[in-house]
Design a protein around this ligand. Structure first.
Ligand code: SAH
Length: 375
């Protein structure tokens, strides 16, 4: 089978080149062409020896994702639906802001965690994305945004994609090895050269993997909290039954020893009459007292038959105020791209459920617009 070079991080590519009797600097050259310049044709890698170009072309390829849909929202948010084979597709979202551009990347086809309020969770789980499919989202978005650098041109220009968040479909830490290889490429100066502070992994709280990440690639960390008590979190985020809040808070403290920022971001989806009371806000303060943190409040983004509602703006404001009065920074996440179903929790892609667990009977799943792929 032809090797896809997007599947390698820098170390892996150097090893593959070494196996062919090639020097490490050749691997670095090719890495730079692929990721910095977005090149997928060996013939155009002009500073690579001709004979090497030819041998690469016969044994390897640089195969990015196949876009099946490209949608732009009224607010400039852009969403790509990418074919990952066997009738499956995942979504990647670019969120432009005044002073930065954030790419929201998926890590799995579907998700196995079954968080009660998440549309990706409703689709079931198919498989992990490969390293090539994860880094391929950044590779593809850079090319589409015209953000690839020109060979020989310095790094002075503004980057279209200044931040990457692994907050798309899937649980990144459940696909640890491939996510870590992709993270290494994001940070590598010969690839995307992003600083660790500008790359964020979001997790529902996979404690052992949080410890590994801390030791191996400590990028910024966001933790999806969503409830102040184990009783409620067991229902909203079933993973809590495995790693309850006390263990999760301890893991956050350990993570902070090596984190690039001196706080953990807690994401908290606000669900009307479920977890949005003043008492919930106060309980949250008590729970997180020992963890330097910021809160990112996400008013629930609805999807068909979710069974949940978004709280009123007043209720969101009150929740935020209680946290702020305790000197905790709490921001309310602006809904971006909801007219194209690109907002948090709305990414559905196209997932052929292989977990065969079916849909919870209390909720009937209606396919979303974005799941109707036209090939
Ligand atoms: N599995 C990872 C990555 C998903 S990130 C995690 O759980 O952190 C996406 C964020 O959006 C998570 O905090 C998730 O809980 C939240 N989310 C999911 N569904 C949502 C919805 N319908 N409305 C608002 N936020 C949602």
């Amino acid at each position: 089978m032809t090797v896809n070079l997007l599947d390698f991080d820098a170390e892996g590519l150097a090893a593959w080149f070494a196996g062919r009797g090639e020097k490490p600097f050749r691997a670095r050259q090719v890495l730079r062409w692929m990721h910095r310049f977005g090149e997928d044709d060996f013939e155009r890698m002009t500073d690579v020896a001709k004979i090497l170009r030819a041998s690469l072309a016969s044994d390897a390829e640089i195969r990015g994702p196949i876009p099946v849909r490209d949608t732009v929202a009224a607010d400039g948010t852009r969403k790509w639906l990418l074919d990952v084979g066997a009738d499956n597709a995942v979504e990647t979202v670019f969120i432009p802001e005044a002073n930065r551009g954030t790419l929201c990347v998926s890590s799995q086809v579907g998700c196995a965690l079954e968080c009660a309020f998440c549309s990706t969770g409703r689709q079931g789980f198919n498989r992990n994305l490969t390293t090539a499919e994860i880094i391929g989202q950044l590779w593809h978005a850079n090319r589409m945004l015209g953000a690839v650098k020109q060979p020989g041109v310095g790094d002075s220009g503004e980057r279209m994609i200044s931040n990457v968040v692994l907050m798309g479909m899937g649980e990144p830490l459940a696909n640890y090895d491939n996510v870590v290889a992709a993270l290494k490429l994001m940070l590598d100066d010969n690839a995307y050269g992003l600083s660790r502070r500008r790359v964020t992994v979001s997790t529902a709280g996979m404690v052992p993997a949080m410890d590994r990440l801390r030791d191996e690639v400590p990028v910024a960390l966001a933790v999806s909290l969503h409830a102040p008590t184990d009783a409620l979190r067991d229902k909203l985020v079933p993973l809590n039954r495995k790693y309850p809040l006390a263990e999760l808070m301890a893991a956050c403290r350990r993570y902070l020893e090596k984190a690039p920022r001196d706080f953990i971001t807690f994401e908290y989806v606000l669900l009307a009459d479920v977890n949005d009371s003043e008492a919930d806000a106060r309980a949250l303060l008590a729970l997180t007292r020992s963890v330097p943190c910021k809160f990112n409040l996400i008013p629930f983004n609805p999807f068909p038959d979710s069974g949940y509602r978004r709280p009123s703006a007043e209720r969101v404001r009150r929740f935020q105020e209680i946290l702020m009065n305790a000197e905790i920074v709490a921001t309310v996440r602006k809904t971006r791209g909801d007219d194209i179903d690109a907002a948090c929790g709305q990414l559905a892609g196209q997932v052929k459920d292989k977990s065969r667990r079916g849909v919870p009977s209390r909720l009937t799943f209606a396919p979303k617009r974005s799941a109707e792929v036209s090939w």
